[in-house]
Design a binder for this molecule. Structure first.
Ligand code: AMP
Length: 286
């Protein structure tokens, strides 16, 4: 982190940012974009730092996107703290925060969505109908507003990163997508803005997610490639700690299709579970 953080600009209007980005591109400046929903932690900041290192200008968007939340989800209670986030971004060397209000992003009801018709109904898509259409639509809008050369996303949201890469390729967005490793707490729990919903006890118990996935990875390394056996190990670890698994699947790493019986190629564990009322997602390549 930089000691003397520069003053960061906060822009609310899509049109103002789009004009500024056009100007910066005309001056041959490369723009890095880090889309977030705010309540920033070290995971987000690792993306900001990557962008600052590799671009002339870094824009961090902070927008709790209503369109990607279901009716009974945590849109209203999602943590919002723009000033603290702005300070962290400035310290990491970012130049601009784009923090529109929902009415700035959606002045009229959205009638045009971007969807991934293959992946939107599996894993998190099955649990959160409409979620990925909401994510892809807002990311497409952010690309058109911020005009980035490079955009940074965490592997933490593995399925999200996959559909964003596919959208960028399918729709020829002139943006390079850069995926970044998941930053974890000492306990192994993946950092997430939602971790703060949990009690101290739930948070400690949630480290079983990583422990369970590591156990499955070890079993695989020892030659056990049965999906059922690896899934059982993950379920057991999490449920013994008091968590409730929503799904735990093994997917082909390249196309994210579920591996049904035996793992034959590079694969990734994808899971979602609850500790108390908090829904957490995680992944591990095996
Ligand atoms: P969010 O604010 O949760 O929508 O996340 C914004 C971006 O930060 C997404 O690309 C996430 O995948 C990424 N991200 C969230 N948590 C982490 C983490 N623990 N490590 C790395 N990246 C993360």
């Amino acid at each position: 982190m930089r000691k003397n953080a520069k003053k960061i600009k906060i822009i609310r209007s899509p049109l103002v940012l789009q004009r500024l980005s056009k100007k910066m591109l005309a001056q041959k400046k490369s723009i890095g974009l880090v889309p977030t929903m705010g309540a920033l932690h070290k995971g987000h900041i690792s993306l900001v730092e990557m962008s600052v290192k590799n671009n002339n200008i870094t824009i961090v968007s902070i927008f709790v996107n209503p369109v990607q939340f279901g009716a009974n989800e945590d849109f209203a209670k999602y943590p919002r703290r723009l000033q603290a986030d702005a300070k962290l971004c400035a310290e990491a060397g970012a130049d601009i925060i784009f923090a529109p209000a929902p009415k700035d992003m959606y002045p009229m009801s959205l009638q045009t969505y971007v969807r991934n018709v293959e992946i939107e109904n599996i894993y998190c898509g099955a649990c959160r109908p409409g979620h990925f259409a909401g994510v892809l639509s807002v990311v497409a809008k952010l690309f058109n507003i911020a005009l980035p050369s490079n955009a940074y996303f965490g592997e933490k949201d593995f399925q999200q990163l996959h559909v964003i890469r596919k959208m960028t390729c399918d729709l020829n967005f002139p943006v390079r997508i850069i995926g970044a490793k998941t930053i974890r707490e000492k306990s192994g729990l993946a950092m997430s803005s939602r971790n703060e919903y949990m009690s101290k006890e739930e948070r400690a118990a949630a480290s079983s997610i990583y422990v369970g996935m590591l156990e499955a990875k070890k079993m695989y390394r020892r030659g056990i490639n049965s999906v059922a056996k690896l899934k059982k190990a993950i379920f057991e670890k999490i449920e013994q700690a008091g968590g409730k698994v929503q799904y735990a699947e093994i997917a082909n790493k390249d196309n994210l299709m579920p591996v049904k019986t035996k793992i034959l190629k590079d694969a990734v564990i994808l899971l979602a579970c609850y500790f108390g009322k908090t829904r957490l997602i995680d992944h591990l390549e095996i």
